[in-house]
Design a protein around this ligand. Structure first.
Ligand SMILES: *Cc1c(COP(=O)(O)O)cnc(C)c1O
Length: 219
């Protein structure tokens, strides 16, 4: 299925007027779809699976900013470290330590977002506030010099209850503002195809949008 061009242009102008960065989520979609959107000027793309990301990166222009947005297993960190632009799914302190370790081997400082658990669902990953606090403390102590915490990422519950979704986004915005007192954070990544408008209303400045642009996925 080709890229939905009208949806893309409309989305881009809406996001630009709200100063929100678009990460086009291309997981499971062919390289040709990414190329098509690249030629429209899109540079930020999000992928969920390490092997798929590594394969696509090798085939596509070097100035694409690759966002890893899925659940990252520690033993796979090393494969994406050489080129990844932003790891959005840092859902545990041990994962952050592994990213720091692998990044040091490549002399890189790798940008990360800490994923916070806000949904009322068992299936979602993320840190709770206690783990977030512990992580911030460690970052401030200077012992993880090869990672740079750029902000937070979160996913709302998969539900039709819009009030619940708004509350979860508002909760994440509150945490974002609070940790902003301790470290300079830039990005609050929340919102996908179904809920990005609500997310932006609640303070998101980075959205991760897939199916609205590339069509529905099979996987
Ligand atoms: C797949 C995915 C998205 C995009 O979801 P759509 O509903 O297709 O817009 C956003 N964020 C994460 C973490 C994802 O896994």
């Amino acid at each position: 299925m080709p890229v939905n061009l009208p949806a893309y242009s409309e989305l881009i102008s809406f996001l630009q007027s709200h100063h929100v960065t678009l990460v086009a989520v291309s997981k499971t979609k062919p390289v040709s779809d990414i190329q098509e959107m690249y030629h429209l000027g899109q540079r930020d793309f999000g992928e969920n699976y390490v092997q798929e990301l590594v394969e696509k990166q090798a085939l596509l222009p070097a100035d694409i900013r690759w966002h890893f947005i899925g659940h990252l297993q520690s033993n796979k960190v090393k494969y994406i470290i050489p080129f990844v632009h932003l790891i959005q799914g840092i859902d545990s302190l041990s994962l952050l330590k592994e990213v720091n370790k692998q990044a040091s081997k490549h002399n890189r400082v790798v940008n990360c977002l800490l994923q916070i658990y806000i949904a009322k669902e068992e299936s979602k990953f993320g840190m709770d506030e206690a783990e977030l606090e512990e992580t911030i403390k460690l970052v401030l102590s200077g012992t993880l010099p090869h990672v740079s915490i750029q902000g937070l990422m979160g996913m709302a519950s998969f539900t039709n209850d819009t009030q619940l979704i708004k509350n979860e986004f508002a909760q994440l915005k509150k945490i974002f503002d609070k940790i902003g007192n301790d470290i300079p954070v830039t990005y609050l990544s929340m919102g996908m195809s179904s809920d990005y408008k609500m997310a932006i209303e609640q303070g998101s400045n980075m959205v991760r949008i897939g199916s609205m642009l590339f069509g529905t996925r099979n996987k």
